[in-house]
Write a protein that binds this ligand. Structure first.
Ligand code: ATP
Ligand code: MG
Length: 139
């Protein structure tokens, strides 16, 4: 069953490079309502758990190091068909393959440092959102 919420992070590269405002602008212009949002930082344990599905991949250590090296913006977003529509807005994992007009086309610098995360399923959106935000923080 499709829900109308997804979870995103502006990754450490996006924050470091000064793109919080630009990315949030693309998100709101894309028709998403911000339900919850904060600047925070992942611990190594958080990042290992978050990307556990990739734990056997050769880039896992690099990914965990990258995701923990500085603050991120965590947010829950709402829109009809949120998960699929947000994946379309962020574009392909590798910015070289990302379509024009997508967040990664504009702000990602490499396949590893790609500016933004988007949940890949309704189930994961709920798990990821609940990890960062209490019910009273969801507006
Ligand atoms: P995310 O889950 O962050 O939204 P995604 O769903 O587009 O990204 P995944 O396949 O889930 O892509 O990979 C998770 C993250 O791992 C990527 O966003 C990227 O930061 C990193 N990553 C994926 N593939 C590679 C690779 N070949 N080399 C280096 N890093 C990679
Ligand atoms: Mg993913």
């Amino acid at each position: 069953m499709a829900t109308n919420r997804t979870f995103t992070m502006i990754k450490p590269d996006g924050v470091e490079n000064g793109h919080i405002g630009g990315i949030l602008n693309m998100i709101t212009e894309g028709g998403f309502r911000i339900v919850s949002m904060k600047l925070t930082q992942l611990t190594v344990a958080d990042a290992q758990k978050f990307y556990a599905v990739h734990s056997e991949r050769p880039f896992f250590g690099e990914l965990v190091e990258f995701m923990t090296r500085g603050p991120i913006v965590a947010a829950i977003l709402e829109k009809d068909n949120a998960v699929e529509d947000f994946r379309a807005l962020i574009g392909a994992t590798n910015p070289a393959d990302a379509a024009e007009g997508t967040i990664r086309k504009k702000y990602a610098t490499s396949i590893g440092e790609n500016a933004v995360h988007g949940s890949d399923s309704d189930e994961n959106a709920a798990i990821e959102g609940a990890f960062h935000f209490a019910g009273r923080e969801q507006f």
